[in-house]
Each structure stands twice: as C-alpha cells, then as structure tokens.
Design a protein around this ligand. Structure first.
Ligand code: G1P
Length: 275
C-alpha cells in the first residue's frame, strides 16, 4: 500500500491564456485528444497509489465536479455499446477514489492553494499535481517514481528538469548537491528568479510530495514573487534543513498551460496512440 494516500490538485486558475475557450469552461477540462487535461493528472496519482483526491477549485468549475461523478443518463444511453469503453478510465477513478472539493476564495498563489487543502490532510505526507504540467512516460508515471523516492528519503520531493537558462524566470529554480545520479538534495530554491540571477537551470515542475509541516510554514509566509504566497518559498525553508529532494524524473513534460505545449502534447499523444 502506498504511503502517499492523498493528492491535492490546485485548479482554481482562470486559464486566461486559453480565452475565449476558457470563458465559461475550466481550463482543466480542455481535452488532449478525448480526455480532459485534469484526468491525465488524476490517473497518474491513482497509478501511484493515491486514494483521496482533493480539488482546490474556484468559481466556474462545476463541470469538473460533474466529470468526476456518475452520469446516469449517459451510462443508460451507451450501455452495451462499444462506447462504454471510453468511460473505463473515469469509471475506475470514481470507483477507487474519494473525491473532495474546496474553494480557493481568493487567488493568492500556489502556496495559498495548497494551504486551502490542509483539511484534506492529517499528519501524513501528501502529493500535489499541477495538471497543466502533463507528464508522459512509458514506464512508471512520474508520481509513482516520486513515491519511490519518498519511501527512500522520507522528506519533501520535487520533480525537476533542466531548462534553457533564458526560460528559468518562468519556474521555481533549485540548487543543491547530488546525492546519487538524478537525485539532488536542495539547499536553495527561488521562485521565478529575475533573468541572469538564477542559481542554476534546474527547474521544479508541477509534481510535489510534501511533508505536512509545510502547512505551518505556508501559514507564516509573506507574499513572494508576483505578490503571491509561493510554495517554492515554503520549500526553501524545508531545504534549509536538508529536507527537500529534487528528483530528475523519467519521462516527458508538456507545459499545457500555454498553447504551444498544449498543441505539442496533443500531437505527440496522437502519434503515440496511432502507432
Ligand atoms: C508553478 C510553480 C513553479 C513551477 C511551475 C512548474 O508556477 O510556482 O515553481 O516551476 O509551476 O510548472 P506557475 O507555472 O503556476 O507560474
């Protein structure tokens, strides 16, 4: 049984980069092929052994709740037809998981969103997936790989990858020392460093396993980059005590929060499906 039972999905953002599509539809419901973006993230969490899903939502996200619920009329309509198999994935999630929702009333950043999910967690470590970052791997999914890292290191784990220096200002950037190939013990993290000031080109991507002391840290944090409560700043506190491992995951990450990445994911997954 996995030690990481709960995954939080921050999903309150407005998705302005995808207007007008996101005017009345949550960006998390935009499909890559025939599956909403968020379902890829949830399937990755379930594969890693997660049983409790906590969505942090906001206004206009009701279709997300409907997606992760039974649709009796539809089920009745397609019963016995070959269309039923399109629903296998979502049915498995609904059957296997307890799904909870809470609303982030103000947009105060990723750290604030995670703090909104505190009541989903008792004292155990938990995971966070940013569904905008779609991760694809032919072997174990990225979160499953990270759970294995957590079982070894028993501290917060962040997924990381090298990015071109000129893109570093878009990410949380880590620096630290390599413990083993692909595993870095972070000693500093900086959210969206100003161009030219980045301590490395090792970027955090949207997969985290966090020990629950993160909540006390988040509660006391002043606003950081973009005047928001930044999860990266809380991780920086844990890193001061050597309690953050950055893991170079196996697989490919697509930034589906921007149109380029979204289209690339669509093309690659389509090619893969066809072959
Ligand atoms: C968030 C995090 C950042 C991380 C990025 C990965 O930023 O704050 O540290 O590198 O996700 O996608 P956002 O993309 O929400 O601005």
């Amino acid at each position: 049984m996995s030690t990481i039972r709960t995954c939080i999905f921050p999903a309150a953002g407005y998705g302005t980069r995808f207007l007008p599509a996101t005017k009345s539809m949550p960006k998390e419901m935009l499909p890559i092929l025939t599956k909403p973006l968020i379902q890829y993230g949830v399937e990755e969490a379930v594969e890693a052994g997660v049983k409790n899903i906590g969505f942090i939502t906001g206004r206009g996200k009701r279709s997300l709740e409907d997606h992760f619920d039974k649709s009796y009329e539809l089920e009745h309509q397609i019963k016995g037809t070959d269309k039923e198999k399109s629903l296998t994935g979502i049915r498995n999630i609904i059957e296997q998981c307890t799904i909870s929702y809470t609303r982030q009333k103000e947009m105060k950043g990723l750290g604030h969103a995670v703090l909104c999910g505190e009541h989903f967690i008792k004292t155990e470590a938990f995971s966070v997936i940013l569904a905008d970052d779609l991760c694809d791997n032919d072997g174990d999914g990225v979160m499953k790989q990270m759970v294995q890292m957590y079982e070894k290191y028993k501290c917060s784990i962040v997924a990381c990858m090298e990015v071109p220096r000129e893109d570093a200002h878009r990410y949380g950037i880590i620096s630290g020392t390599e413990e083993e190939p692909g595993v870095i013990r972070a000693n500093d993290l900086v959210e969206k460093p100003k161009p030219g000031t980045e301590p490395s080109n090792m970027a955090v991507i949207g997969r985290y396993i966090l020990t629950s002391d993160i909540f006390n840290i988040l509660r006391k944090l002043p606003p950081g980059a973009n005047n928001e409560i930044q999860l990266t700043d809380a991780l920086k506190e844990q890193a001061k005590n050597g309690r953050v491992i950055a893991y170079k995951f196996k697989g490919k990450r697509y930034d589906c929060g921007i149109v380029d990445g979204f289209v690339q994911a669509t093309v690659d997954l389509y090619e893969k499906q066809k072959s």
